[in-house]
Ligand binder design. Structure first.
Ligand code: AAT
Length: 292
């Protein structure tokens, strides 16, 4: 550990640790669920850390939040009801609210401290909470989904932390089963699905479970996020049986102008070309995820 630097050390990426130079620690607290920290970095703006793991930085959060939302929502026409699990910082809400067809946005985040800290230190992210379509539920996403009436949502977005800690069950088969139940026929889910460089075994497991549960399409996509372990992170995109969804060819392109508002700012990362490109896999990953 280098003095004055933050190093992200975890058994989920043994033998490596990405580091950022710390200008100032702005917040440290213990919630009921995890350690919460915010610091000002020299080169990535403010950084939100949970249990020693980077959740977002001001500089590169767009690459994650825009992709986890617009990959699913641009793949179906007229999404109306959207559920977000995790994502307490509000960045996913900010992106969902760019879609004018959406009428209802529910979010279930387990940790109220994440919400409060984001509102205090990350106003450009927490701006998502200002949309009147948003209802916040504080609680466990697993329990929340079990209580959702069948066929409620057009899209579910699972913006979850890594499977060590409170998010563990969000990577397990029973959770995916309740997501499928909560979706209407032809509805879509997009979940945080870790790194092809570090977590092929986790991804293989998720893919296997999802192929059994989701009778529409099942695809893996990925994006680059320099401050996430290995610099990339992926998403599992699935649809339920019903009108078929072709994730690789967006039917609901988002108009950069429509989605722009003074408080939200413009899209920085997502466009229709990168949407399609995100599904191209390196050969080593394709062999496991999508063998022909
Ligand atoms: N949008 C930024 C990135 C995140 S946030 C993940 C959120 O999931 C956290 O706020 C955490 O409190 C919440 N969470 C964890 N478990 C649950 C649960 N069971 N129910 C509801 N919310 C939960 C993801 C960062 C990815 C990091 C990659 N290394």
């Amino acid at each position: 550990v280098i003095p004055g630097w933050f190093s992200e050390i975890s058994p989920m990426w043994p033998g490596e640790a990405h580091s950022l130079k710390v200008e100032k620690i702005l917040f440290q607290g213990n919630s009921e669920y995890q350690k919460v920290m915010v610091f000002q970095s020299s080169t990535y703006g403010k950084v939100l850390v949970l249990d020693g793991v980077i959740q977002l930085t001001e500089r590169d959060e767009c690459a994650y939040q825009e992709m986890i939302v617009h990959l699913p929502l641009c793949s179906i026409s007229n999404p109306k009801k959207v559920l977000v699990i995790g994502g307490g910082d509000g960045g996913v809400l900010r992106e969902v609210s760019r879609h004018s067809s959406v009428e209802q946005i529910d979010i279930c985040e387990i940790d109220k401290m994440v919400v409060d800290v984001s509102k205090q230190f990350f106003p450009a992210v927490a701006v998502g909470y200002e949309d009147p379509r948003v209802t916040l539920h504080i609680g466990d996403g697993v329990a929340f989904l079990k209580a959702v009436p069948e066929g409620t949502y057009d899209a579910v977005i699972v913006d979850s932390s890594d499977p060590i800690g409170p998010a563990q069950e969000l990577f397990e088969k029973p959770f995916f089963e309740s997501v499928a139940r909560a979706l209407r026929p032809g509805g879509v889910v997009c979940t945080q699905a870790e790194s092809i460089w570090l977590h092929m075994h986790i991804i293989e497991d998720i893919v296997k479970n999802c192929r059994q549960i989701f009778k529409g399409s099942v695809n893996y996509a990925w994006t680059t996020v320099p401050t996430y372990p290995s610099g990339v992170i992926g998403f599992m995109l699935c649809s339920t049986e019903g009108s078929p969804v072709d994730f690789k060819h967006p039917v609901n392109p988002i108009d950069a102008n429509d989605s722009h508002s003074k408080s939200k700012g413009p899209l920085k990362f997502y466009n229709s070309e990168i949407h399609t490109a995100a599904f191209c896999l390196p050969s080593f990953a394709k062999k496991v995820i999508d063998p022909k």
